[in-house]
Design a protein around this ligand. Structure first.
Ligand code: SAM
Length: 208
């Protein structure tokens, strides 16, 4: 395929994703939380925050129609794995149909069950968890359970990257993971805040 055909097939794929995403939003606005998928500028900002160059395992919470998933795969080492978790069976079906990559595992379920899902696939501590799930519209206790599971499962120095329009994710996560580094991506509809936490190293030395 020449460059022109490749570009127009990417544009068609993006348009299809926009339609599927908007249909998902109409079906379940609270759960989807956005009207259109993330822009490529936001995708790049998320990747910069997550620093996946040496990652072995990455978890994506809320892949939606898969734009962010493809961006993550494009910067993931060849022998790494990406586990996505989404509550929408339409989105999970779309990911399974549209993205053929042996590194990818798509799971239909809730991010709050992260610990059980990692065990189900026999996966160890992730190097990064990247989240687009809407913390502002979900019950507070579900949000807190998601963050507790992320904190529990991440490897030491692993990163939790969350992109959100509203600030609830930071309010919920601070008590568990401290103050985030954050920045705003204006070239997205709506402009999106990207938060990043690094899991602290626990001092395992014990006195005799
Ligand atoms: C704003 S969309 C993010 C889409 C995509 N990552 C992007 O940036 O274009 C949020 C996604 O989170 C999913 N979601 C919402 N609550 C969830 C939960 N508790 N567990 C897993 N996925 C959830 C929704 O189904 C939706 O696909």
């Amino acid at each position: 395929m020449d460059n022109k055909s490749l570009a127009s097939s990417r544009t068609r794929a993006r348009e299809t994703n926009w339609q599927a995403f908007f249909a998902g939003f109409l079906r379940n606005p609270q759960e989807v939380g956005s009207v259109i998928p993330s822009s490529r500028f936001l995708e790049q900002r998320i990747l910069d925050a997550a620093d996946l160059t040496e990652a072995r395992l990455v978890v994506e919470l809320g892949p939606g129609t898969g734009g962010t998933t493809q961006a993550i795969l494009s910067s993931l080492p060849g022998d790494a794995k990406l586990l996505t978790i989404d509550m929408s069976n339409e989105f999970i079906d779309l990911l399974n149909e549209n993205i053929s990559d042996s590194r990818l595992i798509n799971h239909l379920g809730s991010a709050a069950d992260l610990s059980r899902i990692l065990k189900e696939y026999n996966l160890s501590a992730p190097d990064a968890v990247i989240s687009g799930i809407p913390f502002s519209t979900m019950p507070k206790e579900v949000g807190a359970n998601v963050v507790k599971a992320v904190r529990e499962e991440l490897r030491e120095k692993g990163r939790f990257v969350a992109y959100q329009f509203r600030g609830e994710v930071a309010t919920i996560t601070r008590p568990f993971m401290g103050e985030p580094v954050s920045s705003t991506e204006w070239r997205n509809v709506p402009p999106m805040r990207v938060y990043c936490w690094k899991k602290a190293v626990t001092n395992s030395q014990t006195s005799n």
